[in-house]
Design a protein around this ligand. Structure first.
Ligand code: AGP
Length: 601
């Protein structure tokens, strides 16, 4: 949701790195940005509405600075403007914050009784005022933080400066992520490792109700009672991932093209020695139902797995939106296995759903990209997708890697359940070993995708229709187009359209579809005929060359097992959305109103 960076160094030259770190976090939110630092023991705060570039233009990089905190915001409380931008300062205390203070109104009322006034309408300023109120009681930061943690409800990752202490940055954490990067005569603070990978890959993760005191040579981590804790030093290892955009114009395109490499990275450990490797995946045979929980694209990856579980393992599988899961009866039993899918591992809805399952002592698994993220600390175990940092807000490589690892999980389950034979299993494993070749084939159809984008980019609405697995893929295709091109689109079960929504079909309206299931394709084509006869402009993705027809544009995918089709069909959807957004000139990597990691409910 928001990005936090802090640096404290022996050297007086941290401003460029502070802003560089902020730029690496801008995908988390880009409504406003700000920085606070000491210069000659005086605190200076600069903040601007809009992107980090706007802030950068206001900074004098000649200033000799060795300690500072910075923030890039995705507005939750209060508009995206300069007044509400972080850092916030109240008396001795200055903070940047990621999260939501749920009892901020109660706190504000109490503080007003003590004559506190507020300039902004953010929960963060209230949190800062409460910290300041507690600190003014005894000038003891340990007691201040302990009191804050006892009183304040909600989620927070806070980096804090005290104006009579220009040597230390203080941190406190509950539910929102916060790490400490270890450098040489310099230590770093960040919401996630991607902010500081240019400076260090060694880091400590704070856990809930822990706080820290950081200067250029020491890092002290405490629990709420003030006991010093021994924390593990992690090392971020991204398998030959190129950070930055390389030669690409946008992270989104880079991450789509990276798929052939990062998906192979993710699944190869489960393929290299055939079935023996596949069986390294968790054994689910003792469960009679698989629940999959996530948000957005992560949930859409679950929909693909749901189809495969039901079709090929004879096991009941349900997919839940994490934001709904906690507020409904899910008939949970010990025979249910719960899979939480999250690229960031920080999505608040998914994290809270995972905590619910943990409280009920039910079995769980995370399929996560960000190591050491909050969800990985709640689930029993995690399967990591090795795709490296996904910077573009629109998820592409993470979604595809989630689909790939879920497909292998289904395959291993079907093999164990004997609903998939050894021969079929080996054959599908061998196809997965060539996944990069198939992905490359799909990524190389750029001219066709650009031609389609040219046909649709002026349209205001689009439909994505399909049956079975193809319907699940429509959900992801539709989200990609909406997110980056701002064209309204809707995913619809192909067979359902005629029961009402077909009234919306107008001349030239784009209708995307995929037909990858011989048993269903003829019905899907009939549904396409229904919309074509009402003027729609149809684009069909299929592996069945017999479906090629002059009345619509056809994108052919390789004829592979259904276990791989989900990954291949979505590539045209990703690239058509991308090229459409290029023609529309939108902010592709940082679409309006969005943030990469939604750490509020
Ligand atoms: C997908 O393109 C979106 N950025 C969004 O739906 C995302 O998938 C969702 O917020 C879940 O994020 P997570 O995978 O980090 O939990």
């Amino acid at each position: 949701m928001c990005g936090i960076v802090g640096i404290v160094s022996k050297k007086y030259n941290i401003l460029p790195s502070l802003i560089d770190g902020l730029k690496n976090l801008e995908y988390r939110g880009y409504d406003s940005a700000g920085v606070a630092y000491f210069i000659n023991n005086n605190l200076k705060i600069i903040k601007e509405k809009g992107t980090v570039k706007n802030l950068e233009n206001k900074i004098d990089f000649k200033e000799k600075v060795n300690i500072g905190i910075a923030h890039t915001r995705w507005a939750t409380h209060g508009n995206a403007n300069k007044i509400n931008a972080h850092p916030h300062n109240v008396n001795h205390i200055t903070i940047v914050h990621n999260g939501i203070i749920e009892n901020c109104n109660e706190l504000k009322k109490d503080l007003k009784d003590y004559n506190y006034t507020f300039k902004s309408n953010t929960d963060t300023e209230i949190a800062c005022a409460y910290l300041s109120y507690c600190y003014d009681q005894n000038k003891n930061i340990h007691m201040t933080i302990e009191r804050f943690m006892d009183k304040v409800k909600g989620s927070y990752a806070i980096a804090l400066l005290i104006d009579n202490d220009d040597k230390n940055i203080y941190l406190l954490k509950k539910e929102s992520p916060l790490i400490i990067g270890l450098g040489k005569d310099t230590n770093y603070i960040a919401s996630d490792i991607t902010a500081i990978l240019n400076y260090t890959n060694k880091y400590i993760s704070l856990d809930d109700f822990q706080y820290a005191k950081v200067n250029y040579k020491d890092i002290l981590v405490y629990n709420k009672s003030g006991d010093v804790l021994k924390k593990k030093i992690n090392e971020y290892k991204s398998k030959n991932i190129v950070t930055g955009k390389a030669h690409y114009k946008h992270y989104m395109l880079k991450e789509i093209i990276e798929q052939k490499k990062v998906i192979s990275n993710t699944i190869f450990p489960y393929l290299e020695k055939g079935i023996k490797s596949l069986l390294k995946l968790p054994n689910l045979t003792k469960y009679n139902q698989i629940n999959i929980i996530g948000c957005g694209s992560a949930m859409h990856a679950g929909l693909v797995a749901k189809y495969l579980f039901r079709e090929f393992t004879n096991t009941k599988c349900e997919v839940f939106l994490a934001s709904e899961f906690r507020y409904q009866n899910n008939f949970l039993t010990t025979d249910t296995f719960n899979i939480f899918i999250s690229q960031s591992g920080e999505t608040a809805d998914t994290l809270q759903a995972a905590k619910l399952i943990k409280e009920k002592k039910l079995d769980s698994l995370g399929i996560i990209n960000a190591k050491e993220s909050s969800i990985t600390k709640v689930v029993d175990t995690s399967l990591y997708i090795e795709v490296g940092p996904e910077i573009s807000v629109a998820s592409t490589k993470a979604y595809s890697a989630q689909v790939a690892i879920l497909a292998l999980l289904v395959l291993s389950h079907g093999y164990r359940n004997k609903t998939i034979s050894s021969k079929q299993t080996e054959s599908i494993i061998n196809e997965f070993k060539k996944i990069n070749v198939f992905i490359n084939k799909m990524s190389n159809k750029k001219d066709q995708y650009k031609m389609i984008a040219k046909k649709i980019y002026k349209e205001e609405h689009a439909f994505y229709i399909g049956r079975g697995l193809d319907y699940a893929l429509c959900m992801e295709g539709s989200l990609k187009l909406k997110e980056v091109s701002y064209i309204h689109s809707e995913a619809y079960a192909a067979g359902e359209l005629k029961h009402g929504a077909i009234s919306l079909i107008n001349k030239n309206m784009p209708v995307f579809s995929s037909a990858t299931n011989d048993k269903l394709n003829s019905k899907t084509v009939s549904n396409l005929e229904e919309v074509i006869s009402r003027g729609a402009n149809v684009f069909l993705i299929t592996d069945d060359k017999n479906l090629i027809d002059k009345s619509y544009e056809t994108i052919i995918i390789p004829n592979v097992s259904i276990f791989l089709k989900g990954i291949l069909v979505v590539i045209p959807y990703q690239l058509i959305a991308y090229y459409t957004a290029v023609l529309k000139g939108t902010n592709i990597d940082k679409p309006k109103n969005l943030a990469k990691s939604v750490t509020v409910e």
